[in-house]
Design a protein around this ligand. Structure first.
Ligand code: NAD
Length: 483
């Protein structure tokens, strides 16, 4: 299914595949002549059908045993892992992530399903002694009900996996809406899930635009909870819509993540962290190191080494062996990246290298990664670009670096490169973010521990690991007096 033919992608509703809505296409960002998929955009009526199907299946799936849930999730995980190369190829073709990264992401999705297969066997509860004689109190967790899962395009297997797997593990039924540019990845995942042994309607997938199909999920009175990952602007709409009707909501949004390089850092490690964290996956990661905050004493040496490494990066088609950085996902994101860079130039920001369109063997959305020398007040040093663009900010010392790290409306991840235990320890405690990294890139996380941020980056309980139970279950406190 992942050669070069155009794939027909459909909705999966109530156990049936269907094509309804206006027709659309998705091109390969590495070669815009290649049409990856033809599909149909769900309208509100299609979303309503999916939600109704999920609501109808809720009783059956919530009554399933931990063993049944384990078997379903384990089967999905095994198939994803077995097909990682083929699905990674599809991901690279549709989203533009280079093949090794794409295959790695697919494997991670498989591992996430395996992890939550195990969690289905470990649904926690508690029994406490009552303060009253003869009374027993227990605290149990039940499925929330129908959950709407709205995901972005930049991790089209891993992010859906880390929402779908816990949703199903804890007995919820699901309506999943993939990111707009990645319908084929969403449908490939849906196809695997469709054969895993779920009751019809327990899992549904609708392909559609955010402002129509996504908003319909947010507004639907039968959707008990919405888990969203995407931009801050969309997150605000999702929060508004769900709050208005009292539905449960979880938001994972953007970042403007700082990587601090102190004077005592191992510069090879620091340059490696910056290169990987800022530019790999074409910088299209919410955890990308887009602010490189560097101590004056090593600033020039760090910049010189980073520029040399940047110049050596091979920009090209995602599926070409040897490509380091694939294309930008689509024209909209490409134009947005170049728009941010043009504005930065108008503000007087110096481009140290890159930022221009470049050619490859095939026509695509290729740009040279950009390194800029900015000041903290420049807009490009404050807003999320979501492309291969990083700013270097010079600071005098650790205190200034920490203050600048925290001077952001975002708070997803922050990293520090240092050989000082004291500074590393202080930074881990005082960076106002959800995740910290010491001598590691800000991007690149484990699948079995919580993921999320603070401030404008996240809202609601954490995703992933055993912390996912908080969002996907409702707590019930039961009192009983034995007569
Ligand atoms: P986006 O906000 O444009 O879209 C995200 C999803 O929301 C898509 O499925 C889209 O169709 C849907 N959507 C759009 N409008 C909607 C509406 N009115 N109601 C409901 N749903 C709607 O984001 P994107 O361009 O797909 O992804 C890039 C963004 O995602 C970046 O800001 C990035 O930082 C963020 N992101 C965050 C994390 C994280 O975990 N913190 C991870 C990956 C990406």
């Amino acid at each position: 299914m992942t050669g070069t033919q155009t794939l027909a992608v459909r909705h999966f509703i109530g156990g049936e595949w269907s094509s309804e809505g206006s027709a659309a296409q998705r091109e390969n960002p590495s070669d815009t002549r290649d049409i990856v998929t033809e599909f149909h955009l769900a309208d509100r009526a299609t979303v309503d059908r999916a939600v109704q199907a999920a609501a109808a299946a809720q009783g059956a799936w919530s009554a399933s045993t931990p063993q049944q849930r384990f078997d379903v999730l384990d089967r999905i995980g095994s198939e994803i892992l077995a097909r990682r190369e083929e699905l990674g190829h599809l991901l690279a073709r549709e989203e533009g992530k280079v093949a090794p990264e794409a295959i790695g992401e697919v494997a991670r999705a498989g591992q996430i399903f395996k992890f939550f297969a195990g969690e289905a066997l470990r649904i926690p509860g508690e029994t406490l002694a009552s303060v009253r004689p003869g009374v027993q109190v227990d605290i149990t967790r039940e499925p929330v009900g129908v959950v709407g899962l709205i995901t972005p395009w930049n991790f089209p297997f891993a992010i859906p996996a880390w929402k779908i797997a816990p949703a199903l593990a804890y007995g919820n039924s699901v309506v999943f809406k993939p990111g707009d540019p990645v319908p084929a990845c969403g449908a490939a995942l849906a196809e695997i899930i469709s054969r895993a042994g779920l009751p019809a309607g327990a899992f549904n997938c609708v392909i559609g635009r955010g402002d129509v199909a996504g908003q319909a999920l947010v507004d639907h009175p039968l959707v008990d909870a919405v888990s969203f990952t995407g931009s801050q602007a969309t997150g605000a709409k999702v929060l508004h819509g769900t709050a208005a009707r009292g539905a449960r909501v979880q938001l994972e949004m953007g970042g403007k993540n700082a990587l601090v390089v102190l004077a005592d850092a191992d510069l090879d490690v620091a340059v490696d962290c910056a290169l990987q964290g800022a530019f790999y996956s074409t910088g299209q990661r919410c955890t990308a190191s887009s602010r490189l905050i560097v101590a004056s004493a090593v600033h020039d040496a760090f910049v010189e080494r980073l520029l040399a490494r940047l110049a050596a990066l091979r920009i090209g088609a995602a599926l070409d062996a040897g490509t380091d950085i694939g294309p930008v996902v689509d024209q909209r994101q490409f134009d947005s990246n170049l728009g941010h860079l043009a504005h930065a130039r108008e503000e007087g920001v110096t481009t140290l290298q890159g930022g221009e369109r470049c050619e490859a063997a095939t026509p695509g959305w290729y740009m040279r990664p950009a390194l800029l020398a900015a000041q903290p007040h420049h807009r490009i040093a404050q807003v999320e670009v979501f492309g291969p663009v990083a700013c270097v900010l010079r600071v005098d010392d650790y205190e200034q670096a920490l203050a600048l790290t925290n001077d952001s409306p975002y708070g997803l991840c922050a990293g520090i490169c240092t050989t000082s235990l004291a500074h590393a320890t202080h930074f881990r405690r005082h960076a106002r973010v959800g995740m910290t990294m010491v001598n590691l890139p800000t991007a690149g996380v484990d699948f079995h521990v919580p993921f999320g941020g603070r401030k404008g980056s996240s809202y609601g309980p954490r995703e992933q690991g055993r912390y996912a139970v908080e969002f996907y279950t409702a707590v019930k406190t039961g009192y009983m007096r034995a007569l």
